[in-house]
Ligand binder design. Structure first.
Ligand SMILES: [Zn+2]
Length: 456
């Protein structure tokens, strides 16, 4: 089932400048007898058919006429949903349990993208700390269908001298401007690189850093980005910082508010201005959960996404003790609880919610696994499964301004996730990954699902 990528062929395609999506099938493929969750929040279509050809959905729904010579794949008992879209991830930050700038390489990033795809994530947004001379060509190849997933993101992003983000990255991966003038130049550089969004890290990471971002720099970044028709996403944790960046004109809150309940004034502003809110619930869960070892951590579905060094680390009793107790663990648990509460408030009020986890930023935020946990946590926050799936597909595409994906509709990209069972009822069924179709190419899921026994 796995469609292996052929780098040599890709290079040739790029050199020839052929502007077509790579290796999509020319024979129509029909997934039949399948439940369709189309990503719009509409109730599932039972016993439906989805037909794709040349990387695009050509027909979907009930009583779809099958094209002549279609390859028919009976998917009885399965559900198809749009491929998941991450609005907040990172690539090339780490390998195993080690982070560092040496890992920002094509060879390291390709397997990360392949892992996202095996877990059904077909579009990845790398929200900062990217090395432009590696990231920009990869992003172009991804748009041409040459990489395991499509790829968007912030090129470097804008942090604070001696401040946020406290990450081990090379100077070319992040700007830390000292003056508003420098900040404007940094935005201009990112615009020239073709960045999809601008990112700012404004806070002091729970008082662990000596400074926050200078308000004059925040203002300059927002103004310059908007002049260049770029939207600004802000890293925040606390309500104060969220209110400040919103007042300064940012377009996307890249994390949930995690210290206090969101007041109705902020809810109203987010709604009125159409500001996106990406809760990243899993981020704080990831801080403690690998040490706490609930049963889901040990499922084959999850273990399939863990590197050998990570698996060894999380099974170490000393590591488990150190990471499930103490101030850092308590802070993460309190943050998650407040994040869940605020998400419920904001979602009920109709604020636009995006889908992201900060996966790939640290070893504990595991690509693909994190996105499936985010789905489960959204349900824990009181969001019905169909709406949570809508956030992870249609809304996530809308946040990125992508109109060619995120829903199962004729004419959209054939980026699909096929799972066993019915995640509209039981979100955990979204973890029963059968296959991902990315740009019309099928790749089997992290855990092969047993075919049902033939009927008696
Ligand atoms: Zn991030």
């Amino acid at each position: 089932m796995e469609t292996t990528m052929k780098p040599v062929m890709f290079v040739a395609t790029v050199l020839l400048g052929i502007p077509t999506l790579a290796s999509a099938q020319t024979v129509p493929v029909a997934l039949t007898h399948i439940r369709i969750i189309d990503g719009t929040g509409a109730p599932p279509v039972e016993d439906g058919t989805v037909v794709m050809q040349d990387g695009v959905i050509v027909a979907t729904g009930k009583n779809v006429a099958l094209p002549a010579h279609a390859k028919i794949m009976d998917r009885s008992g399965k559900t198809v949903l749009p491929g998941l879209i991450s609005d907040h991830s990172h690539i090339g930050q780490l390998k195993g349990v080690v982070t560092g700038p040496q890992f920002y390489t094509v060879d390291n990033i390709l397997p990360e993208l392949a892992q996202y795809r095996r877990y059904g994530v077909t579009t990845v947004t790398a929200l900062g700390n990217n090395v432009p001379h590696v990231f920009d060509p990869m992003r172009k190849d991804a748009h041409m269908g040459l990489l395991p997933t499509d790829l968007f993101g912030v090129d470097q992003g804008i942090g604070v001298p001696r401040g946020a983000p406290p990450v081990n990255v090379a100077p070319d991966q992040l700007f830390r401007p000292r003056t508003p003038e420098d900040a404007r130049k940094n935005v201009d550089t990112m615009a020239e690189e073709g960045t999809d969004l601008v990112k700012i890290w404004v806070d002091d990471f729970d008082h662990s850093l000596p400074v926050k971002m200078d308000p004059a720099i925040i203002a300059a970044v927002v103004d310059e980005a908007h002049k260049k028709h770029l939207r600004v996403a802000a890293h925040i944790h606390d309500l104060d910082d969220a209110e400040h960046v919103v007042a300064a004109g940012v377009d996307i809150l890249a994390h949930g508010v995690r210290d206090k309940p969101v007041p109705s004034s902020l809810v109203q502003t987010l709604k009125e201005r159409g500001i996106w809110y990406i809760p990243t619930l899993q981020l704080d869960e990831a801080t403690t959960v690998w040490a706490e070892q609930p049963t889901w951590v040990k499922t084959p579905f999850v273990v399939a996404g863990l590197s050998a060094p990570l698996l060894q680390q999380i099974n170490n009793p000393t590591w488990q003790r150190n990471n499930s107790n103490g101030a850092k663990a308590d802070f993460a648990r309190t943050s998650l609880a407040m994040n869940l509460q605020n998400l419920q408030t904001l979602w009920k009020a109709g604020v636009k919610v995006g889908f992201g986890t900060d996966s790939g930023a640290t070893p504990l935020r595991v690509p693909g696994v994190a996105e499936h946990r985010e789905l489960a946590l959204m349900v824990r926050a009181g969001i019905p499964p169909l709406s949570a799936l809508q956030i992870a597909t249609q809304s996530a595409a809308e946040l990125l301004g992508l109109q060619d994906r995120g829903v199962i509709v004729a004419g959209k990209r054939a980026d699909l996730l096929v799972v066993a069972g019915n995640p509209a009822v039981t979100m955990a069924d979204a973890d029963q990954v059968v296959e991902t179709w990315a740009n019309g190419n099928a790749v089997s899921g992290p855990v092969p699902v047993q075919e049902p026994r033939s009927a008696p």
